[in-house]
Design a protein around this ligand. Structure first.
Ligand code: HPA
Length: 275
């Protein structure tokens, strides 16, 4: 798509949303599998179905609703994506990350991304929360390929602090004050949708990954390009392939996030006012 078309699409989507909400959202949240409950924290919510937003894709996975929720959490103006887009659904990478560009256009300065992920680090336990310290983009897709949109950010964006040190420090302090165990590690993002083989997981452990999932990296690349500060969390929904002597399933992922969502909710609620 030509540059001007992309910019127009971002602006049209943003202006549609602006017409339905009061004020500028400052913090964006993208909620992963089973973590949509965080949307229930939003006060005075305005709910907008993706299908009504111009140029927005529509999500197709079970456990992912498709709506934006805009309102306040702990006195801060937030815009929250309940349900995200994944490469395995067949969306091109620039479509997966399009909503982040719309958030930026609406005024978002900080983005909190959450996902469910398989634990690669054998010291992790199912149900742990992991603060994302860094990521490895194993999707071999980059949403910034093509002519650079200079209006949005630089041609060669720095990724040396993709996940803000400052925000991670805040997250650790809040977790400690709540008595919540918080792992900190590297997220590796893959295309999916098949889960990994045990050999692939051993390889990824050798490469320095602590948790594996099928989202997040494209969104974070676009956010950093746009100068948005990022904070990320993985809910370790299962141990990755080959670690335990049992098959992996989406049901297990959903069951774990369901079980752990209150802990996650409390942590996010504690962090938002401090961002
Ligand atoms: N692998 C990839 N993606 C995932 C996993 C996993 O084990 N668990 C949740 N999302």
């Amino acid at each position: 798509m030509a540059n001007m078309d992309v910019l127009n699409n971002i602006r049209e989507a943003a202006s549609f949303i602006r017409g339905k909400i009061d004020g500028e959202p400052e913090i964006g949240l993208i909620l992963g599998s089973g973590l949509g409950i965080i949307a229930e924290l939003v006060e005075n919510p305005v709910v907008i179905a993706y299908e009504n937003i111009p140029h927005f894709p529509v999500s197709t996975v079970e456990g992912h609703a498709g709506e934006l929720v805009v309102g306040t959490v702990a006195g801060r103006r937030v815009i929250l994506m309940k349900g995200r887009f994944h490469l395995y659904e067949g969306y091109p990478v620039e479509v997966v990350s399009f909503p982040v560009r719309v958030m930026k256009e609406l005024g978002v300065k900080k983005l909190v991304v959450t996902n469910a992920a398989g634990g690669i680090n054998t010291s992790y336990e199912v149900g742990d929360l992991m603060l994302i310290k860094d990521h490895i983009n194993f999707t071999f897709r980059n949403p910034l390929i093509g002519p650079n949109l200079d209006e949005l950010g630089p041609r060669f964006p720095d990724m040396s602090e993709a996940y803000s040190k400052r925000l991670r420090q805040i997250a650790r302090e809040v977790a400690e004050s709540q008595g919540v165990k918080l792992q900190e590690g590297v997220y590796i993002g893959l295309l999916g949708p098949s889960y990994e083989t045990p050999a692939e997981i051993r390889m990824m452990r050798t490469l320095g990954a602590d948790a594996v999932g099928m989202s997040t990296v494209s969104e974070v690349i676009v956010a950093r390009h746009a100068g948005i500060e990022v904070l990320g969390f993985s809910c370790i929904s299962n141990m990755a392939s080959g670690i335990l002597d049992q098959p992996l399933s989406h049901e297990e992922v959903m069951e774990t996030t369901e079980r752990e969502k209150q802990k996650f909710l409390r942590l996010i609620l504690g962090i938002i006012p401090k961002l």
